[in-house]
Design a protein around this ligand. Structure first.
Ligand SMILES: CC(C)(COP(=O)(O)OP(=O)(O)OC[C@H]1O[C@@H](n2cnc3c(N)ncnc32)[C@H](O)[C@@H]1OP(=O)(O)O)[C@@H](O)C(=O)NCCC(=O)NCCS
Length: 217
């Protein structure tokens, strides 16, 4: 299991997505077809096997469309959700910039995330995670995205620091955008708990009005 982050004080670990790992691609497909995901995320129908293959093979190494996908797993390696970052679309960045000042030299990444609902892997039942003297019940997988977003934002920050140090250049500014369907309270909670600011005006997202959020990393 290739973990990118395994902090003993966190309830979940972050993995590096591997498109050749069938468990990872299967859980991705399972999450993709859940009704709660289809309700709040585009496209609103489950992806075909061909589309899934394309989605899971997109890589951060692709110069045209770099995409970073991080599975979020419990401490036994069971994948419970994912967090993704990809470059935001120029057109939308322009709309966002009308409401908030984003320096021109920033890297603007759009975040999205989803979790596995409705069942917990059997291995988890009744076994809570202890952190700082607090017992976190694992059977409902609470806060998978809340915690996954927190840890992956830290990873982005650390990676940029490493890249800029190696290149002997100042770190580039990273701005993370998010777009939520109106009324998606669970997703809004994920963003608020991770320090994202909502913009005053909604943004067009694939023909739908969405609430826009920004976080400077
Ligand atoms: C958004 C999502 C990833 C959150 O998962 P999570 O981090 O594990 O979050 P939780 O399930 O612990 O819920 C987070 C908060 O939302 C609340 N919440 C969860 N489901 C809710 C619902 N259906 N209606 C209202 N509030 C809800 C929880 O009570 C919790 O509140 P709190 O922070 O005040 O305690 C998950 O709901 C999901 O996969 N949704 C579908 C995909 C999606 O909408 N992705 C975001 C696209 S922008």
């Amino acid at each position: 299991m290739e973990s990118v982050r395994d902090d003993p004080h966190e309830p979940y670990i972050i993995l590096q997505f591997n498109p050749n790992n069938s468990e990872q691609t299967q859980v991705y497909a399972e999450i993709d077809k859940q009704s709660e995901v289809l309700r709040w995320m585009l496209p609103s129908t489950a992806s075909t096997p061909k589309e899934l293959d394309w989605l899971t093979r997109e890589s951060y190494l692709d110069p045209e469309n770099p995409r970073q996908l991080f599975p979020v797993a419990d401490r036994r390696g069971n994948i419970l959700g994912w967090v993704q970052y990809k470059p935001d679309e120029e057109q939308r960045i322009d709309d966002v910039k009308k409401q908030i000042d984003i320096p021109d030299d920033s890297i603007v990444l759009e975040i999205s995330y989803a979790k596995l609902f409705g069942r917990s892997p059997d291995s988890l039942s009744g076994d809570d995670f202890q952190s700082h003297g607090k017992s976190i019940p694992m059977n409902g997988n609470p806060g998978v995205a809340i915690n996954g977003v927190k840890q992956t934002l830290e990873i982005l920050h650390e990676r940029e620091a490493l890249i800029s140090k190696a290149a002997n250049k100042p770190s580039r500014k990273i701005v993370v955008t998010a777009y939520t369907d109106l009324g998606n309270q669970a997703s809004e909670s994920v963003l608020r708990k991770n320090g994202f600011q909502p913009l005053p005006e909604n943004i067009d997202y694939g023909g739908e009005a969405n609430k826009a959020w920004v976080r400077f990393v």
